[in-house]
Design a binder for this molecule. Structure first.
Ligand code: BGC
Length: 322
């Protein structure tokens, strides 16, 4: 089988395997770039970067192959989180530790030793999304189009089983309910984090329902897809507006905030997720003890590095432009 491995050489011979679930994911492309620039900049470890292409069997081969090529630690953005325990058991037999990132294994299924997780608390991003919609309705009560005192919303979800899909969906709605809003789900579907899939779902909902008052999306690419569909249906002109929120604060999302189509997003901090993942896996590869002098982040419960989210709206997007 052809294994697509690209190697980035840095200053030393210690190697870390970096495995991305798929290269064509917008957010993960950003994290990958940060990991590469850290490897280039810090020069402590070389990295072997692989594309799982959305297939766990492919990623398994790539992981094992990188060990054969000398990787002493693995940074894994796992395709299928339920495969994490098996992957880790294999690595433990080979004496190789792992840092999972962005896609969180269920700790109940995992061995006690040999792994870390770097990511963000999904619940927090959900709450921030719900909060932005609540702020909007507070300032614009007439956006309750049918004046029934209930927010009719649609939900565009990420991949099934992903912690960010589950918690962002649940907590965005909860945050609105906690602010006193009654919520009614008009339609919800997964669009697998992808813009085109989201655009298709949103167009079909706009054809089927006339009462949609808010669009909650689990990431920015899907929010942009929803906006594409809304624009095609004549929204964002002549005062026709529906609030849309996403998560990630990607560059195109910031553009949409500027143009006034996207109501808000949440910074999913690729810079720090990438940096923490690289630093930690490089320290593990070198067999060094991790402490406050050599690691810039806090480790909770022996294995979790949590990178905070931040709310991004038209009032503060300038701070997040790249
Ligand atoms: C991001 C998504 C991305 C996914 C990949 C999430 O944290 O918000 O944009 O597709 O991670 O695992």
């Amino acid at each position: 089988m052809f294994l697509s491995i690209s190697t980035v050489f840095a200053g030393s011979d210690i190697i870390v395997g970096v495995h991305i679930y798929r290269f064509d994911d917008t957010f993960m492309a950003g994290v990958r770039d940060i990991i590469k620039s850290n490897a280039d900049g810090l020069g402590d470890c070389k990295i072997i970067v692989t594309d799982g292409k959305g297939s766990q069997p492919t990623q398994n081969d790539l992981i094992i192959n990188s060990v054969k090529n000398g990787a002493k630690a693995q940074a894994i953005n796992i395709v299928d989180v339920t495969a994490a325990p098996i992957v880790l058991q294999k690595l433990q037999k080979l004496g190789v530790p792992a840092v999972f990132f962005n896609r969180e294994p269920d700790s109940a299924d995992m061995p006690d030793e040999g792994w870390f997780y770097v990511g963000a608390m999904a619940e927090e991003s959900g709450r921030l999304c719900g909060g932005m919609i609540a702020d909007y309705f507070e300032k614009n009560p007439t956006s309750d189009l049918n004046r029934d005192g209930i927010i009719q919303y649609v939900l565009l979800m990420g991949e099934r089983g992903h912690q960010d899909t589950i918690y962002r969906s649940e907590y965005s709605v909860r945050a609105l309910q906690e602010r006193g809003y009654r919520m009614e789900l008009v339609a919800a579907e997964t669009a697998n984090w992808q813009r085109v899939q989201a655009q298709e779902k949103m167009s079909s909902w706009l054809n089927s329902y006339s009462n949609i008052e808010a669009v909650i999306c689990n990431n920015d690419d899907m929010a942009l897809g929803a906006i594409d569909a809304l624009k095609a249906a004549g929204y964002f002109t002549e005062g026709r507006y529906i609030p849309v929120v996403g998560v990630d604060a990607t560059a195109p999302a910031i553009e949409a905030l500027k143009e006034g189509t996207l109501l808000g997003t949440v910074l999913n901090d690729a810079k720090n997720i990438g940096k923490a993942t690289f630093q930690l896996s490089c320290l593990l590869a070198k067999g060094e003890e991790i402490n406050q002098n050599n690691f810039d982040y806090t480790i909770s419960n022996g294995r979790y590095v949590w990178i905070p989210y931040k709310k991004v709206t038209k009032d503060n997007y300038m701070d997040f432009e790249r």
